[in-house]
Each structure stands twice: as structure tokens, then as C-alpha cells.
Ligand binder design. Sequence first.
Ligand code: AMP
Length: 225
Amino acid sequence: MRAVMLGMPGAGKGTQAERLARELGIPHISTGAIFRDAVQRGTDLGKQAKAYMDRGELVPDAVTVAIVRERLQAPDCRRGFVLDGFPRNLEQARALDEALAREGLSIDAAINLVVPAEEAVRRITSRRVCSRCGATYGAGELAASGESGGDVCPRCGGQLVQRDDDREEVVRQRLRVYEESTRPLIDYYAARGVLVEVPGTGGVDEVAEAVGRVLRERGLGIDRG
Ligand code: AMP
């Protein structure tokens, strides 16, 4: 299955995309994670991307599209992929469609995780990432692991920090960019008949179940037997 995960920052795209990809045995491709990794390693790409990320703006399409095109050429994408955080605007969506069409392929599902903006802001400003392994934790997960007041990654023992762009003023700008540039993708994929909408407000398991259910209803995705 070739899927894209839509939804505003904080909707749970990363968590759900990772899980869906794992269940389907296909790669989870997060452009945000690719950029964060490049920033951390101090590569040219990282230096270029950081200024945009710090302001909550989109990295230019030319850079982003080239990265995704190259990633989709890798052999592990032959059976499908779950894209997370890409496309973020109509230009990127068109570029993706063109790249796939050249191979006679297309997007099977655009999964829109729907959450109210205030819930998204609350989730983002309370989430923490591990500075060593990159794992992301919501406030709920940290409480469950007994790390609610702590700053240690339950998986690897690395230090948990707030993402630079998860500070409230940057988050507000990211939501503005979402409304202006990314929300129009809902209509774009609806017009192509591949949009599926899932409430993203429940717990992680509940939302994952709902994603699986709507995909199965369309004859796509996960067969749990
Ligand atoms: P994310 O983790 O998806 O929220 O992405 C974090 C930041 O990376 C965004 O605020 C952008 O600055 C940048 N970014 C991620 N994906 C894209 C994309 N498809 N196009 C442009 N910039 C992106």
C-alpha cells in the first residue's frame, strides 16, 4: 500500500504512520525525521533546513521533493510506504503523483487524522523526544512509564528534551502554515477518491484500530486474519 498521512502537527501522524508501516512491513518515511537527523549530524542539508524549521516554516519544495523522490527509489519502497509529513502543500502532492505516475503507480490512501487545534497544541507542547534515539513520547506515555517528571528515555536511557520547534510560538506558526498550505490537500485527495478520515482524538491503540478498520473497508491494508 502507498499511503500518505495527513493531519495538523500534533495529530499523531508520526505515531500512527510508524505503527501502520510496521504492521504492513513497509517503510515509514518522515521528512521531519530526515531533516532532524540532518540537523543533528550537521550536514549541508541540515544547515539549510534548520533555519526554516526553527521558524516553523516549510523547507523549500525543491529540496524536500528531491529527498523524497530519491528515498522512494530505494528497493524497500517497492511493496509500498507510509509517508508522514509529506506532502505538505499542493506542489509537493503534484510532484509525488508525477513521480509515481512515471512508474505506473499512485497513492492508494490519504489518511487524515482529525483533531481540534487546541488538542494538537496541548499534545505538542507536552511531548518530549529522546536526544539519543529520537523516540517521541506524549505526556500520557511518560506518565505510564513512570517518567512523567523525569527526563530519561524509557527505551534507551538517553536524555528527553523538547523539540526546538515544539515551543508554543513556533507551534502556532506551524499551525498557520498547516491551515494555509497543507489543509488544501484534503480536497486534493478527496477529488482523487483516496481520502480516508479518522478521528485522531482517542488513545494510540484506539486510533490505530480505526485506521485499520477504514482501510479494510476499502479493501486496503491490514489483514489480521
Ligand atoms: P514534522 O516533524 O513533520 O512536523 O516536521 C518538522 C519540520 O520539518 C516542519 O515544520 C518543516 O520545517 C520541516 N518539514 C517536514 N516535512 C516537510 C515537507 N514535506 N516540506 C517542507 N518542510 C518540511
